[in-house]
Ligand binder design. Structure first.
Ligand code: SAM
Length: 217
């Protein structure tokens, strides 16, 4: 899905009302942006936004933010919202941020988030890149600051090596497993209300089982 160099994507993002520009300004006051007290859920590495947009559609009383590092990928999500608006459907509860999640603690205050979703995060297979993996202990420490004490993280992937790594990272980072499956789509209870991501649809249709955990502190 690497669409990193689409001409003009940065310009479109700069002009888009769906994107939060200078997100650091909202640190500690994200509720003001939405004008309500609803819970705040974030997806990190949202890609083209299929999951986030569908979640926002199904849950109008929850505010959603999607974080994506690459302009050319984020552009696709913006286009989806623009198309929906052209057809008369608006989603006031979803916004995007273009940033590297490494800086996430500069954008959200302590305990500002109610939930974090990690979907099909990049595997970074080389050991020396382990700390770049979004479910690594380095990232879990960042999430620990910004997630409410009762908040949870939900992680899905078809990459078994990445999933095993993510599970091993939990104990040293002081997180506990609330739910875990190595085959989400075969688990009727955990799959209830499951919203598929772009990658999930692609890889499950190829027969890959989807792993998922939900973790808490
Ligand atoms: N979540 C989507 C899905 O399941 O279909 C996209 C999965 S894709 C494999 C991973 C996405 O995460 C890519 O769009 C990538 O640019 C983004 N990403 C990876 N590392 C990131 C980071 N540190 N900060 C923000 N986005 C990141």
């Amino acid at each position: 899905m690497r669409l990193r160099n689409i001409t003009g994507s940065r310009e479109v993002i700069k002009e888009s009302v769906f994107v939060v520009h200078e997100p650091e300004r909202y640190k500690g006051k994200w509720k003001e942006l939405y004008g309500n007290e609803n819970p705040l859920f974030v997806e990190i590495g949202m890609g083209k936004g299929r999951f986030l947009i569908e979640m926002a559609r199904q849950n109008p009383d929850i505010n959603f933010i999607g974080i994506e590092k690459y302009s050319s990928v984020l552009l696709r999500a913006i286009q989806k919202l623009e198309e929906m608006e052209a057809e008369g459907e608006t989603l006031p509860n979803v916004r995007f941020i273009r940033m590297d999640a490494e800086d996430i603690a500069e954008v959200f205050d302590r305990e500002e988030l109610d939930r974090i979703y990690l979907n099909f995060s990049d595997p970074w297979p080389k050991e020396r890149h382990a700390k770049r993996r979004l479910p690594s202990r380095q990232f879990l420490a960042r999430y620990d600051r910004i997630l409410k004490k009762e908040g949870v993280i939900e992680f899905k992937t078809d990459n078994r090596d990445l999933f095993d790594f993510a599970v091993e990272e939990l104990e040293p980072a002081n997180w506990k497993i609330k739910e875990l499956t190595y085959d989400l789509h075969a688990d009727e209870r955990l799959c209830e209300n499951n919203v598929m991501t772009e990658y999930e649809e692609r890889f499950s249709s190829q027969g890959n089982p989807i792993c998922k955990y939900i973790i808490y502190r």
